[in-house]
Design a binder for this molecule. Sequence first.
Ligand SMILES: Nc1ncnc2c1ncn2[C@@H]1O[C@H](COP(=O)(O)OP(=O)(O)O)[C@@H](O)[C@H]1O
Ligand SMILES: [Mg+2]
Length: 342
Amino acid sequence: MSDVRPGADLVVVTDLVKRFGQNAAVDGVSLTIREGEVFGLLGPNGAGKTTAISMISCLIAPTGGTVTVGGFSVANDASKVKKALGIVPQEIALYPTLTALENLRFWGRMYGLSGALLEERVAEALETAGLADRAKERVETYSGGMKRRINIAAGIMHHPRLLIMDEPTVGIDPQSRNHILETVKELNKRGMTVLYTSHYMEEVEFLCDRVAIVDHGRVIACGTVEQLKRLVGDENVISVRIASIPDGVMESLRELTAVDSVTLHVPLLKERDGEPVQDSDVSPAGAGEGVTIEVLSRDSGAVIADVVGVLGRAGAHVLAVDVREPNLESVFLHLTGTSLRD
Ligand SMILES: Nc1ncnc2c1ncn2[C@@H]1O[C@H](COP(=O)(O)OP(=O)(O)O)[C@@H](O)[C@H]1O
Ligand SMILES: [Mg+2]
């Protein structure tokens, strides 16, 4: 990575479009990723994140627009682009009946590594994945989180300039998730530029130097987390956890003066390694039992008593109330009127 110039433009995406029939999955995206940063693509399911990174990594051809990586065009210099990047796809790309070691050797050879260098890089990747002691076990015996970690190891063996990770923590256990987040930080510290997609705003806030918020195939805002939060102005988030939601209460809350928006968060049941788990297990934003109502307001001090009053009169059992600064979820809500988790 001798030609690394921190802060220089590494990825330049201009007016990128991908249509599937009538549907524009990516609808005119322009963005720049600088060398040395962790860049986040944050958006709900179906926003076009996977489609966009598939074009950046030469897996599918754009309908329109251009992409360059390290100055090389995806359309004309695909082989040079592919050498510069490592990709960690959403789908696990491993051979289940082979061991982790064998899988990594296979991927290393695909990237042109061999001999002592191959062995060195395999060992290094296993160390990074925190799985050196399990390397000789078959991947099919691994948990979902361990498979994800090996998938990441497979993407970094050739020391790519740019690592693209597509929602690498969806549906895995909290330990593996934390390990993955720490791994991203560590790889970035060693000089790797990272493009990280997620619909978990906490992860993006934790990891990313700059973030593009995407919705319906478009970038609706781009900047540092601090810059994005300023878009919400001086609004605060009042978060009220209640045991269950009485009929009509959302409408009553929306009618209050100084209330800008009201959203409901119900913990979802998700699958983890075939077992159903609470969304709160895989995302720190999910909050225990009951449902959470989030109210955005410019005047939280005055509004909080009204909110609790409305809920009380409707017969809701209030479990907890919390007021906080806006986060990326509030930014998304402010810009689109919908929740990232809808
Ligand atoms: N191969 C495809 N054929 C048709 N439609 C697709 C295809 N891939 C993605 N889409 C559609 O494009 C939109 C964006 O999908 P995707 O890029 O997977 O979003 P995300 O990764 O943000 O969840 C969705 O509406 C999806 O159904
Ligand atoms: Mg996706």
